[in-house]
Design a protein around this ligand. Structure first.
Ligand code: SAM
Length: 281
């Protein structure tokens, strides 16, 4: 990715930070199975030093701080100032003392070789500027035999949490064909793609695990529409291009498309992700 594209990606995340703060509790709850998958596959336990790359509004750092306990530590990193700020203030609210914050990108981790026992990244690898170099950089700062684990989304078709609203909006707003290697939630949805990058970056024992779970929360279709259209910079941009007449029509079409996932006041979308793990040799 060239520097202009990378800056565009970071600007989009900066603009999203206030919405990720607004919906932080919901995001933590909805995607908790991904954190559990990372903790399991990266073998995170008490007293470890853990690096989180692209920690966004605070996960998985905040959960892992509780798992490693007072004798362990977490280093939260994210290149976007707004994200670092909201994650740091949440850690303060919770009184966590074993977590540090650093504003930095995956391609330039300001730590000496072998600093951490384990590295994790939840839903951020798909936005890396140069995934191969960035995975290599993650491996550099992990101690020998330590694990690095990345959680990424499976295919869009089986992740209706995202595609149901996207597909409706795309019927109204022209969307250019996308480069499969451009930063996007589904950049690593092809099985083997991220695992291949880990292998080429020098990781050993690379394992890709498919993780199926339900994204569940007690919210209504209207609340979901608001959540989705606020969390995503791409959707916010597309919605801004709709005319005042189109907006209620698009919203209604999206709500009709998602209604099947809402029963008895509860949202439940089937979701598919991958946890890709390697070991520093
Ligand atoms: C989908 S959010 C995930 C945030 C959080 N880990 C979570 O799961 O809730 C993606 C995060 O990746 C971060 N990000 C974007 N480009 C990055 C890069 N080059 N290196 C590290 N993180 C990056 C963004 O700032 C954003 O916080």
């Amino acid at each position: 990715m060239n520097p202009d594209e990378q800056n565009k990606t970071l600007d989009a995340w900066q603009a999203s930070a206030r919405y990720w703060e607004k919906h932080r509790a919901l995001i933590a709850q909805m995607f908790a199975p991904l954190t559990a998958g990372l903790v399991q596959d990266a073998r995170i336990r008490t007293a470890q030093k853990v690096l989180d790359i692209g920690g966004g509004s605070g996960e998985p750092s905040l959960t892992i701080a509780g798992i490693v306990g007072p004798t362990g530590s977490v280093m939260y990193t994210d290149p976007v100032a707004g994200m670092v700020e909201i994650a740091r203030s949440e850690a303060g609210r919770r009184g966590l003392t074993n977590i540090d914050f650093r504003q930095c990108s995956a391609d330039n981790l300001p730590f000496p070789d072998g600093t951490f026992d384990v590295g994790v990244s939840r839903l951020s690898a798909m936005f890396f500027g140069n995934p191969m170099a960035d995975v290599r950089e993650a491996l550099r700062v992990i101690a020998k035999n330590g694990y690095v684990s990345f959680a990424v989304w499976g295919p869009a078709e089986v992740n209706q949490f995202f595609s149901s609203v996207n597909d409706v909006v795309d019927r109204f707003v022209e969307t250019p064909e996308q480069d499969p290697d451009a930063p996007d939630a589904f950049r690593f949805s092809v099985p083997g793609k991220l695992a291949g990058i880990l292998k080429n970056a020098g990781a050993g024992n690379v394992v890709e695990r498919q993780l199926n779970f339900q994204i569940e929360e007690k919210i209504s279709p209207e609340q979901f529409w608001q959540l989705r259209t606020e969390m995503s910079e791409t959707l916010r941009g597309k919605i801004a291009r709709l005319t005042a007449d189109q907006l209620p029509i698009v919203k209604q079409a999206a709500i009709d498309a998602i209604r099947q996932y809402f029963v008895n006041g509860k949202m439940s979308f089937p979701a598919e992700a991958m946890i890709v793990t390697g070991r520093k040799g």
